[in-house]
Design a binder for this molecule. Structure first.
Ligand code: HEM
Length: 545
C-alpha cells in the first residue's frame, strides 16, 4: 500500500516536470488521468484480485493524491526562488495562479486600479501571473509591443481567427494588408457620406428628445449610433438600432460580453476548448446568422458589383494570398463591430463628460469648430481634421480613459527578451498596463488624473499655463491605439468618425450634465472588464443659435 502511495507521489512530481515543458490541453490532461485511473483499476482487480468496490475506492484515493501532490508541487515551484520570474515582486496569489487575474477582471472589474496600485508600490515590473509580468514604464513600450502576441488571443470564442487573433506574423501581415485597404487611404473617405447621414439621424433624435423635455442618456444613444454606423461601414447596412430606439437583437451587449469573456478567459486559454462545446444560443447565434448571410451575399456578388464596405474589401483577397475561410470571415465580421463600436462610444463619452462640465473649455472648442462650418451648416471635413484644440481634447479623452485599458499581452517566446535593461526569461507573457501608464505622474505630471487638453499644445505650455503642472507630456507613454506591427489599423478612421460626429454635435448644441450629475461618483463607477462599464450618463442638450 505505502509503496503504491509513494509511487503515486513520484509519478505526480515527474508529471509536473513533464508538464512544465509540454503543457497539456484540458482534454489531453483528462485523457492522461483517465488512462492512469483505468490502469490502476484494472491492475487492482486483475493482479491484486481486489473487489470492484475496493478497486474503485483505491483508484479514487490514488487519483486524488496524484492531483493534490501535482497542485502542491506546482504552487511550491511558482513561489520558489528557482522559478525564472522569482526575482520580480508581485502578489502571492497572482504568482500562484492565473485565477487571480480572472477574479480581478470578472469579480471586481477593478483590474486597472489594482495594477496602478501595485506599480505605485512595487515599481515598473510586477509579476501578475505565474509566468506573466506587467511592465509600467514609457521606455518599455516599444520593446514590449514588438514582441509576438501571447496565447491570450486564442481564447476568443470563435472558430476561426480574426486579424487581431492571428499569432503567426506572416499570416497576420497578409490579413492586415487587406484591412489596410478597407479602412485607410481612399477607402476612408468613402465612409464620410454614410457617417454624415447617420449623424443627421442622431441629431434629429436628440432634437425630438430635447423638445419633448427629456434628459438624454448619452451612452445609450452613442451605442446605437456607433452600432448603426459600423453596420453601414462594415456591411453596407444592416443595423437600424437608432430607428428602433434600442438594440433589440442584443448584439451590442453580447459582443461586449464576448470581449469580457476574452479578457477573463485569455488568462486561461485552455478553457476555450471546453467553452466551445457549450451550445451558442440567443444573440450570439443571431449575430452569426447575420454575418453568415452577409458573407454569402458578398461571395455570390460579381466582382464589379463589389460593395464599398469593410467586410467585402477584407474578403477580396489578392493573387498569391490565401482567401479567408468562412470562419475567418465571420471572425473579422465580429471584429468590425467589436473593434470600432465600444472604442468609439467610450471616446465620445469621455470627451462629452469632460467638456460638458467646463463651460470655458466648451466655448473655446465651439469657437474653433464653428469656423469650419459654412453659413448653410455644411462642414469642411478636411479642415475639421486639423483643429489644434479639438485635437488636443480628443487626445486627452483617449489618455484619461483609454478605451482599451489593459495593454495587448505579448510573449518573450523561445528566446526571452531584454526590456529596460532587464532580462525577461523565455515564455513570459508581458504587457504594458495602459491605464496606469496614462495616469502616471512620471509621464504626465502631477495633474495626470485631471483632464487638461492644453498639455498637448506646446505653445500653451510655454506661455499661459503653469509648466510645473503640465510637464512632462510624454508621447511615448500615450498608446490608446497600441503601437508597432499590430497597432490599431483603424486609428485614422476612428479619428475621422469621432471628429465629424463631435463637430456636428457641439456645433448644434451646448451640452450640460444633468443636474444630479456627480462627477466623483460617475468616475468611480467605471469598471474594467477588458472594456469599460459605468453608470448611465445623462445630459441636457441646449440648441445653439
Ligand atoms: C477610438 C477608437 C479606437 C481605439 C482606441 C482602438 C484601439 C485599438 C487597440 C488598442 C488595438 C490593439 C489591440 C490588441 O492588439 O489587442 C486595436 C486593434 C485593431 N483595431 Fe482599433 N481602435 C479604435 C477604432 C477602430 C476602428 C474604427 C477600426 C476599424 C473599423 C479598428 C480596427 C482595428 C483592427 C482591425 C485591429 C487589429 C489590428 C491588427 O491585428 O493588426 N479600430 N485597436
Amino acid at each position: 500500500m505505502y509503496d503504491t502511495l509513494a509511487a503515486v507521489v513520484v509519478l505526480s512530481l515527474l508529471s509536473h516536470a513533464y508538464f512544465k515543458r509540454n503543457e497539456p490541453q484540458p482534454f489531453q490532461f483528462l485523457g492522461y488521468l483517465a488512462f492512469g485511473s483505468t490502469l490502476s483499476f484494472a491492475g487492482l482487480v486483475g493482479i491484486h484480485k481486489a473487489t470492484i468496490f475496493q478497486a474503485l475506492l483505491s483508484t479514487i484515493l490514488y487519483a486524488s493524491l496524484y492531483l493534490a501532490v501535482l497542485s502542491t508541487s506546482i504552487i511550491a515551484y511558482r513561489l520558489s526562488p528557482w522559478h525564472p520570474l522569482a526575482a520580480f515582486p508581485g502578489p502571492k496569489l497572482a504568482v500562484i495562479s492565473k485565477w487571480w487575474m480572472v477574479y480581478n477582471v470578472l469579480g471586481k472589474g477593478g483590474r486597472h486600479l489594482t495594477l496602478q496600485k501595485l506599480h505605485n508600490n512595487l515599481g515598473p515590473f510586477v509579476r501578475v501571473g505565474p509566468n506573466e509580468l506587467s511592465i509600467n514604464h514609457a521606455s518599455a513600450v516599444r520593446s514590449v509591443y514588438k514582441l509576438d502576441r501571447a496565447v491570450f488571443y486564442q481564447a476568443t470564442p470563435s472558430k476561426g481567427d480574426a486579424v487581431i487573433t492571428v499569432l503567426d506574423r506572416q499570416r497576420h501581415a497578409t490579413r492586415r494588408q487587406a484591412w489596410a485597404r478597407a479602412v485607410t487611404g481612399e477607402a476612408m473617405y468613402s465612409y464620410i457620406p454614410p457617417t454624415q447621414r447617420r449623424i443627421k439621424q442622431f441629431l434629429e433624435i436628440i432634437q425630438q428628445q430635447t423638445s419633448a423635455g427629456k434628459k438624454v442618456i448619452l451612452d445609450h444613444w452613442l451605442s446605437l449610433f456607433f452600432m448603426d454606423l459600423m453596420g453601414d461601414m462594415g456591411f453596407s447596412g444592416g443595423f437600424e438600432t437608432m430607428k428602433a430606439g434600442e438594440d433589440k437583437d442584443g448584439w451590442i451587449d453580447i459582443l461586449g460580453k464576448g470581449v469580457m469573456f476574452t479578457a477573463a478567459m485569455g488568462q486561461l486559454p485552455w478553457l476555450k476548448t471546453i467553452m466551445m462545446l457549450l451550445p451558442q444560443r440567443g444573440p450570439i447565434e443571431s449575430f452569426q446568422n447575420f454575418t453568415h448571410d452577409k458573407i454569402l451575399e458578398i461571395q455570390k456578388s460579381p466582382k464589379k458589383d463589389m460593395r464599398q464596405d469593410i467586410l467585402s474589401t477584407v474578403m477580396d483577397h489578392r493573387p498569391g494570398s490565401t482567401p479567408l475561410t468562412l470562419d475567418e470571415a465571420a471572425a473579422d465580421s465580429a471584429l468590425i463591430v467589436v473593434a470600432a463600436t465600444d472604442t468609439g462610444i467610450q471616446t465620445a463619452l469621455s470627451f462629452v463628460r469632460y467638456i460638458c462640465v467646463d463651460q470655458e473649455k466648451q466655448r473655446r472648442l465651439q469657437k474653433e469648430i464653428d469656423e469650419v462650418f459654412d453659413q448653410t451648416g455644411e462642414l469642411d471635413v478636411k479642415a475639421v481634421m486639423h483643429l489644434p484644440y479639438f485635437d488636443a481634447c480628443i487626445q486627452e479623452s483617449l489618455r484619461i480613459m483609454p478605451p482599451g485599458p489593459f495593454g495587448p499581452p505579448k510573449t518573450t517566446g523561445e528566446t526571452g527578451a531584454r526590456i529596460l535593461d532587464t532580462w525577461i526569461p523565455p515564455s513570459t507573457t508581458v504587457h504594458v498596463p495602459v491605464f496606469a501608464l496614462h495616469r502616471d505622474p512620471a509621464n504626465f505630471g502631477p495633474l495626470a488624473d485631471t483632464f487638461i487638453p492644453e498639455r498637448w499644445l506646446e505653445s500653451e505650455i510655454t506661455s499661459t499655463l503653469d509648466k510645473q503642472k503640465l510637464l512632462p507630456c510624454n508621447r511615448e507613454a500615450f498608446v490608446p491605439f497600441s503601437t508597432g506591427y499590430s497597432s490599431c489599423i483603424g486609428k485614422q478612421l476612428a479619428q475621422q468618425n469621432l471628429k465629424i460626429f463631435l463637430a456636428y454635435l457641439f456645433h448644434a448644441y451646448e451640452i450640460l450634465p444633468s443636474s444630479d450629475f456627480n462627477a466623483k461618483e460617475f468616475d468611480a463607477s467605471y469598471k474594467e472588464y477588458g472594456l469599460w462599464t459605468h453608470d448611465p450618463f445623462k445630459v441636457k442638450f441646449i440648441p445653439r443659435q
